[in-house]
Design a protein around this ligand. Structure first.
Ligand SMILES: [Fe+2]
Ligand SMILES: [Fe+2]
Length: 354
């Protein structure tokens, strides 16, 4: 095994942990000589990919040491969308946080070697790989949306496919663990709602077409937030009245964005506009009542509220799943009680992860 690092001192501990799998040769990123040495079965990197220069240096080192089929496990100190995208761009077979437990690292390395670069369905590595794909696509979407450009439908579909696969194949607990390691709140929230919605649709026994519709609506539900100033969106603590009013414009903004672009189904448009509506008419932006809110929207609303409650923020500890579920129940006639009951099964799957 070859470990490429840009922090030789701290990587010693990592090399020691990787040594559980087998012999590990450490190569410093900046002082990599020209010699190619014996080919390694697998390449692992512990490099900060947030800087362009480092990414370029990584490309050079990989070109020298990586053969076509050699799996490449990219370890990241921060699982931000930017770093994840860079890792994908330099051809990572698998991406994990650097502080991943040794047992998981070793298991992942074994899998990569056994299966080539395809992670095994139903494993945490499979979930992580799909989540990375979804994150990259979501980054595309949010970036174009905030720049006022059309959202690439191919990016939407890539993330829907990845999330549906992961939610169907593995425990939602794995999903949550990975989602929580992302530090961008908008990604974290969209991924969480989408994972929960996909799992909810599986729980309800939906056809694959309907599952995708639900997941697509969940991925896009807060797309309007891409136009809300970050200082409001990411403000630690409570928002004042004026700020709240700004945030509350996101459903209508998102709806207008998708409508102007065209190509989105009525169900998706309804979810984007109406996911903050309540059955008793007390929601926004239109104050819709029971008969005016489609089932799919009701599902997204439940996932959205639950996700917000269990989300991890720097300034507040996450709420426990059971406690968050109790809040859904206490919301009574605002939510669809039959759906809330089914959702309990999804919640059960998140209990272990908390
Ligand atoms: Fe929202
Ligand atoms: Fe939301």
């Amino acid at each position: 095994m070859l470990l490429i690092t840009d922090r030789l001192d701290e990587s010693r501990e990592l090399a020691r942990r990787l040594g559980v799998w087998g012999p590990c040769r450490v190569v410093p990123l900046e002082r990599d000589g020209d010699e190619t040495g014996t080919p390694s079965a697998i390449i692992v990197s512990d490099v900060d990919l947030a800087h362009r220069g480092t990414v370029e240096a990584m490309r050079t080192v990989l070109a020298r040491h990586r053969h076509k089929e050699t799996p490449f496990l990219c370890l990241l100190r921060d699982m931000t969308a930017r770093s994840t995208i860079q890792a994908q761009a330099i051809g990572a077979s698998e991406i994990l946080p650097t502080n991943t437990a040794t047992s998981v690292l070793v298991k992942t390395i074994d899998q990569l070697l056994r299966e080539g670069t395809e992670p095994v369905r139903g494993t945490a590595a499979f979930t992580r790989a799909h989540l990375a794909t979804a994150a990259v696509s979501l980054a595309d979407m949010l970036e174009s949306a905030s720049a006022g450009k059309p959202i690439a439908l191919s990016a939407v579909e890539a993330s829907v496919e990845a999330i549906d696969q992961a939610a169907g194949a593995s425990d939602i607990g794995d999903w949550l663990q990975v989602v929580w390691s992302y530090d961008d709140l908008t990604y974290q929230h969209c991924m969480l709602v989408a994972g929960l919605a996909a799992s909810f649709a599986h729980q309800l026994g939906f056809s694959s077409e309907d599952r995708r519709l639900v997941t697509r609506a969940a991925v896009l539900h807060d797309i309007g937030k891409s136009r809300i100033p970050l200082e409001i969106l990411h403000k630690p603590g409570a928002l004042d009245e004026a700020e709240q009013a700004v945030v509350r414009t996101h459903p209508a903004i998102g709806h207008a964005m998708l409508l102007a672009q065209g190509g989105f189904s009525p169900e998706v448009l309804a979810a984007v506009r109406s996911h903050h509506e309540y059955l008793d008419g007390s929601g926004y932006p239109d104050g819709l009542g029971d008969g005016q809110i489609p089932d799919l929207v009701r599902m997204i609303t439940i996932c959205d509220i639950y996700a917000a409650l269990i989300e991890r923020r720097s300034y507040k500890p996450p709420m426990m799943p059971e406690q968050a579920y109790d809040i859904l129940v206490l919301m009574g006639t605002k939510l669809d009680s039959a759906l809330v009951r089914v959702f309990e099964q999804v919640v059960q799957k998140t209990v272990q992860a908390a």
